[in-house]
Design a protein around this ligand. Structure first.
Ligand code: SAM
Length: 452
């Protein structure tokens, strides 16, 4: 099957349009076959319901073959667009990319999907923009213009002039949905400092490996000398911290793939212990324990976060706390881990927040507490800009999301997303190495690390 790889330089005379179109056709055939074999509906966009493979549950995850095929389609479509478009007009469109986040935030914050679902007056499920505006107490003409933009990026559909209905994307824009937090974070927390990256690059701090306290985040919020986590834990940022946690829960969409594709039985024996270091509110531990009720989970984090974790567990699984199967512990991961000899220590989205020196300190804190049988599982990205790192697939689509994440790190933390060689160097500095990389149907990479 033809693959789209960003590192392949195509000759000027090569009929790239044709070969990309073949990649798309080949891979669409794979998706169709997979859906036919499993008796699933073909993919669609217009119906106001999620496709069965959208459901973030283990049983609904597309097969590995389908995930790879979809990734190739997305890569080929993106490259095709870049070839077919006029370069200047494409760049002009990109210059307004900030509008996507702004308008999606409008949809999420006002729960437009709920309004349409509740008040639709047409058999096609549509509601006039004037009525939508009335329900959310906003100006009708401006609301219409915002809805048109959303329709142009395939969120909502305009079924006849001025009438808007839900589609497979917009149904997620319900009041209180995690998208409210995700786009809220884009608009209030990460977007504004990210727009100052160039300004940051001109400061002397950008020449230093550790620019803690002088990053785009510090520039934007006039909060010098301290880290993102210190800022988030300030009492005046309580609502921000709560929003951050809600986005982490949504991002733990990935948990289902991790739960499905990591051989947990092999990694934790019956009655064993999983420690989630810097586990946030504990969404990973919660998902793993849902299918492994025979294990104990320990979620460790900073005080403010553990306070929020208590609320999360009392809603999601109060029995686990009452029966001592789940423990929520305040722990500074730069210190020795208080849980000795656990079977598994997990680190999800931890190391990408810190530079090598601080990551080594975090690892040492856990290594000190490990028994010979203990293992470490890391869930983070392995940035793969070329095909050189054998054993990892690479595509334009993956590269786009990994580099986005990398620049988010540059905005908020003195850190980065790491390539395979970056990871190898970091682990070797504390006597560890990557033992195996799991094939997980998720954006992040999941790998086991052990003593060299
Ligand atoms: C990106 S979040 C990941 C949370 C969680 N692992 C997840 O995937 O949902 C990073 C976490 O590190 C925690 N953290 C930061 N500094 C810490 C420290 N010194 N000790 C313990 N946890 C810390 C933060 O509070 C936050 O929950």
């Amino acid at each position: 099957m033809t693959k789209v790889n960003p590192s392949i330089v195509h000759a000027p005379g090569e009929d790239l349009l044709w070969s990309l179109s073949q990649t798309i056709v080949d891979n669409i055939e794979v998706v169709r076959q997979e859906h036919q074999q499993q008796g699933l509906a073909p993919l669609y966009i217009d119906a106001a319901a999620p496709h069965s493979t959208d459901d973030p549950a283990v049983a609904s995850l597309p097969s590995v073959r389908e995930c790879k095929a979809r990734d190739q389609i997305l890569s080929a479509v993106s490259k095709l667009g870049a070839i077919v478009d006029h370069p200047v007009s494409r760049l002009a469109k990109l210059s307004s990319a900030y509008l996507d986040v702004s308008v999606l935030h409008f949809a999420a914050d006002n729960g437009i999907a709920d309004v349409i679902e509740r008040c639709a007056t047409r058999p096609d499920g549509a509601l006039h923009a004037t009525d939508i505006a009335k329900e959310i107490n906003m100006d009708a003409t401006r609301t219409t213009r915002l809805l048109r933009y959303l329709t142009a990026i395939h969120v909502f559909k305009e079924t006849s002039e001025g009438y808007f209905a839900n589609n497979r994307y917009s149904v997620h824009f319900k009041k209180g949905s995690p998208l409210e937090a995700v786009f809220g974070m884009g608009v209030y927390d990460v977007g504004p400092p990210a727009l100052r990256i160039n300004e940051f690059m001109k400061t002397p701090y950008a020449q230093q490996e550790d620019a803690t306290g002088h990053l785009p985040l510090n520039l934007q919020f006039d909060y010098p000398d301290k880290s993102m986590f210190a800022w988030m834990n300030e009492p005046f940022n309580k609502a921000r911290l709560e929003r951050f946690n809600r986005t982490m829960v949504m991002k733990s969409h990935d948990s289902y793939a991790v739960v499905a594709d990591v051989p947990w039985d092999e990694m934790i024996p019956k009655g064993g212990t999983l420690v989630d270091v810097g586990g946030g509110v504990g969404s990973l531990a919660l998902s793993v324990q849902a299918s492994r009720t025979d294990i104990k989970v320990v979620v460790q984090d900073q005080e403010m976060m553990i306070e929020q974790a208590k609320g999360f567990w009392s809603q999601k699984n109060p029995d686990a706390i009452k029966q001592g199967r789940a423990e929520l512990v305040v722990h500074d991961f730069f210190q020795k881990n208080p849980t000795q000899a656990a079977d598994l220590y997990t680190f999800r989205a931890i190391f990408h927040n810190w530079n090598d020196e601080r990551c080594a300190a975090i690892l040492k804190g856990t290594i000190e507490s490990m028994a010979p049988h203990s293992r470490i599982l890391v869930i983070d990205s392995i940035l793969n800009p070329t095909t050189v790192d054998a054993g990892f697939s690479s595509s334009v689509n993956e590269l786009r999301s990994d580099t986005q994440q990398d620049l988010t790190m540059m905005t908020l933390f003195p850190s980065l997303e790491r390539t395979r060689s970056d990871w190898d160097r970091l682990f070797a500095s504390v006597g560890l190495e990557i033992k195996r990389v799991f094939e997980v149907r998720s954006r992040k990479t999941t790998f086991e690390v052990g003593r060299i």
